[in-house]
Write a protein that binds this ligand. Sequence first.
Ligand SMILES: *Cc1c(COP(=O)(O)O)cnc(C)c1O
Length: 221
Amino acid sequence: MIKDEILKITESLPPNVRLVAVSKFHPEEALMEAYKAGQRVFGESHVQEMQHKHDALPTDIQWHFIGHLQTNKVKYIAPYVALIHAVDSPKLLAEISRQGIRCGRRIPCLLQLHVAQEDTKFGFTPDEAEAFLSQGEWQSMTGAEIRGIMCMASLTDDEHQIASEFEQAYQFFLHAREHYFANQPTFCECSWGMSDDYPIALRHGATLIRIGSRIFGARQY
Ligand SMILES: *Cc1c(COP(=O)(O)O)cnc(C)c1O
């Protein structure tokens, strides 16, 4: 079943979009089933859990950290994390860069944009993100490489609302690419869309969709 869902989703994606299989709270056997269906990109949102799975599972898996990341935990995942999706403060980016330099790599990351109506969600508002990029200090953080934008839509059934939030993130991405990353072709990722809203995300610029429950079933807490 996991295999069927993976194939169903990946076969329906345009060639420029990648599936991040969100495996948080699911056991290693479930990830291995997805792996055997060809899935190589997995998303986790807790550092310890990702550590355990990284140590136990095949080495060609790309581990994406998709949750809120505490500054003091960056060091644990810095050597191997393939993409940090939710950079939500200048302080976090600075620490990612520091740890990237320590590991001799540039750690790929995305800026998390706050576009949802809920005020509990993390991230830069578009104004804050603009101020951060124009201020320019990020250019000296050479152990981190900003590859694009990430967002989460409001928890609502209102598809127009969700579409307008994804579109807002996409317009910000286009603006940032033109003004700050014109010479950096690696700035190319738009991470939005989850189990219930990814078809909308695909119509509004997504290049990475983060899908958990649709593939693995309800999470076991
Ligand atoms: C859990 C999670 C997902 C996946 O959610 P589903 O609704 O299970 O597909 C995607 N993105 C983030 C940031 C998450 O924490």
